[in-house]
Design a protein around this ligand. Structure first.
Ligand SMILES: NC(=O)c1ccc[n+]([C@@H]2O[C@H](COP(=O)([O-])OP(=O)(O)OC[C@H]3O[C@@H](n4cnc5c(N)ncnc54)[C@H](O)[C@@H]3O)[C@@H](O)[C@H]2O)c1
Length: 308
């Protein structure tokens, strides 16, 4: 099988590439290296440095003849999207359409799309299930929602098969400070440098943290799932709430350090609790997140500190 991973030089993308190569797939990475690093790319993959908005994208698809596409390349920072909705829209909507056009014109069998819990906004009842009303509260959430709707219509109009994967807060090795789940790499840096960690609000706010290796496995499972499981949306999460205070405590233990916490004013618009149901992915994709948080954080801390 031959797969294209857009954004394969990034955090989740590079782990996805590793997973697909480990299954003996042929893998091509397409990335403009805007936030990704060439050093993240597994040497077993072919690398094409290109922007997803490029007019040359279709020619790449024609030459390479991909069976599957995992579309991860994106503008990933929520605050950036609030100040630059135009850039966010260009990359996450127009860039995505450029990818989908190339997919349909070259007969790609299935597209897996990295969406986000940000499409839900403040959803209310937990755990959040996939058919909850979507009320994105950021332009990033809106552009991801648009990407999902484009896929839905491409499927209806052109028969393109897709799987939407709404990731919760992803963490793990090779994570950058920006993007969605950056809190863990920011805390790692502070803890490593023996600095206090800044917590917005009272630290009781919870998130659903999922290890990047489990996310990469979900991406793979979405490509091999039976047709009956395709053309729908899945949360990719642990369905577990962890407070920011608990997160710091677990990270402190992983680092073997005492960590001072500094409480800052709560950020306007921040959702207090978040947890996504993962039952659909468990049942239909036959996927199971298996990394315990303490072990995942231990690996992440010791791997990220080497880069600091
Ligand atoms: N990290 C999370 O917690 C999280 C949560 C939900 C969804 N996601 C989604 O998962 C995907 C991967 O996120 P990540 O955390 O690995 O971020 P990342 O920034 O590490 O990876 C994004 C990659 O896309 C590349 N890229 C960006 N714009 C591009 C363009 N125009 N053309 C070609 N390549 C481009 C970057 O260079 C980078 O390698 C994104 O779509 C993101 O929205 C991430």
């Amino acid at each position: 099988m031959k797969a294209l991973v857009t954004g394969g030089a990034g955090f989740i993308g590079s782990h996805t590439v590793d997973t697909l190569l480990a299954k003996a797939w042929e893998v091509v990475v397409l990335d403009n290296l805007s936030t990704g690093l060439a050093g993240n790319i597994n040497p077993g993959a072919k690398f094409i440095k290109m922007d997803i908005l490029s007019n040359d994208l279709l020619e790449v698809f024609r030459q390479e003849k991909f069976d599957y596409v995992v579309h991860l390349a994106a503008q990933t920072a929520v605050p950036y999207s609030m100040n630059h909705p135009d850039v966010d829209c260009r990359i996450n909507v127009l860039g995505m359409v450029n990818v989908l056009e190339a997919c349909r014109q070259t007969g790609v069998k299935r597209v897996a799309f990295a969406s986000s819990a940000a499409v839900y906004g403040d959803a209310g009842a937990l755990p959040i299930v996939e058919n909850t009303d979507l009320k994105p509260a950021s332009f990033y959430g809106l552009s991801k929602h648009s990407g999902e709707k484009y896929l839905e219509l491409y499927s209806k109009v052109h028969g393109l098969n897709y799987v939407v994967l709404r990731y919760a807060n992803v963490y793990g090795e090779r994570q950058g400070d920006g993007g969605e789940g950056g809190v863990i790499s920011i805390f790692t840096r502070r803890i490593y440098q023996n600095q206090p960690v800044g917590i917005f609000g009272d630290g009781g706010q919870t998130r659903d943290f999922i290890y990047v290796g489990d996310v990469a496995e979900a991406n793979y499972k979405s490509l091999i799932a039976p047709q009956a499981a395709v053309n729908r949306v899945y949360n990719v999460s642990t369905q577990t709430q962890t407070s920011v205070n608990d997160l710091v405590a677990i990270m402190a233990e992983a680092a073997g350090k005492q960590v001072e916490k500094v409480y800052l004013p709560a950020r306007e618009g921040d959702i207090y609790h978040s947890m996504l149901s993962n039952q659909a992915a468990l049942n239909l994709l036959c996927w199971n997140p298996c990394m315990p948080l303490a072990e995942g954080l231990r690996r992440t801390y010791h791997s990220l500190k080497k880069t600091m």
